[in-house]
Unconditional design. Structure first.
Length: 333
């Protein structure tokens, strides 16, 4: 049986990876902090390893593990420099140090990065055709540094790493982006800005899991990076209109971009004064909603055999069913 070790196993992406790989017949071990909420892993037959990736001495990789998926990371466009350094770059370095010290005979390490390392704000973004730089966001900046570190380790000592760069991942388990959108749609909050005609690099969580499994087993892809999105990308208007409809609502007035930017400026100013305040709107979020941001996944299809499921309407329904259950069980307010 193939054996995989998943970091950040109790998180949104990590729990989906564990569920997908366990269903595919893998022996799954997951790294979780001792104080973590584990309910997203309920019902899964996986081995839990207690430890904190910020402290490399707090855990060891289980015997027999041949593959690793590193999904543990802070995911935030408002997290500060120090938070991102400690919870992105340091985690990557610590994991490699643990692998090296353990003597694990590793066949593959899949590192979950972000498509933002290639930029945003244009169509068909790729390494050859990058978008506008997103390194003004600490999250993107430290993902870039982590990618470079992983690839340097591949070049230096043959670390069998494959980097995946998903964009705008949503699906069951997503308490942040999808959870926020559902709460706003339920209240009728206007989310479609400037007509919502731009497409965005939407990735359904199960599609990402398919790409991860392919990256774990495909021969000859070590030292490479692949972008992951759905194949058919919706516009913000298409996606959010269906989301509103799930709550029996419809947005009738579309916010002009200048109004959204003004509101974002005020909310970001408040966040700077009081860092604990979570701004609903930011400059980056409005920019993403008002510019075309899509990524070229042709190399991912060709090299990994990746074929995404593009039924975003069904995917919204599956995510909404999860959201309603989470609320009924008291996990989401």
């Amino acid at each position: 049986m193939k054996s995989v070790f998943v970091t950040g196993a109790n998180g949104f992406i990590g729990s989906n990876i564990c569920r997908h790989l366990a269903a595919a017949g893998w022996e799954v071990s997951g790294l979780v902090r001792p104080t973590s909420d584990l309910h997203l892993l309920d019902g899964l037959d996986i081995r839990l390893v207690k430890g904190d990736l910020r402290d490399a001495a707090s855990f060891r990789i289980p015997d027999g593990v041949s593959h690793i998926v590193h999904s543990a990371s802070v995911v935030s466009d408002i997290a500060d420099e120090e938070t991102c350094r400690r919870n992105i770059f340091d985690l990557a370095k610590n994991l490699v140090a643990v692998v090296e010290a353990s003597g694990t005979s590793l066949r593959r390490l899949v590192y979950i990065s972000t498509a933002l390392t290639l930029g945003y704000g244009t169509a068909d973004i790729s390494e050859e055709r990058p978008g506008f730089p997103a390194d003004f966001i600490p999250y993107a900046r430290f993902k870039i540094l982590s990618e470079k570190y992983m690839l340097d380790e591949h070049a230096r000592r043959g670390l069998p790493v494959v980097i995946l760069r998903p964009s705008d991942v949503m699906g069951p388990g997503d308490r942040i982006t999808a959870g926020r959108m559902f709460r706003q749609a339920e209240k009728g909050f206007p989310m479609i800005v400037s007509g919502g005609r731009c497409r965005f690099g939407y990735t359904y969580s199960e599609n990402l899991c398919r790409a991860i499994e392919a990256a774990l087993v495909k021969d000859g892809v070590e030292g490479r990076a692949y972008t992951v999105t759905n194949g058919r990308l919706p516009t913000w208007r298409e996606y959010l209109t269906d989301l509103y409809a799930a709550f029996g609502r419809r947005q009738r007035i579309y916010l002009p971009s200048w109004t959204a930017y003004t509101a974002a400026w005020g909310l970001e100013t408040l966040h700077k004064i009081r860092p604990s305040f979570d701004p609903l709107l930011t400059y980056y979020r409005i920019k993403r909603a008002t510019t075309e941001t899509t990524y070229d996944i042709s190399r991912t299809r060709a090299d990994l055999g990746y074929e995404p499921d593009d039924d975003f309407r069904r995917q919204i329904g599956e995510t909404l069913n999860w959201f309603k259950k989470e609320r009924a069980d008291g996990h989401i307010r």
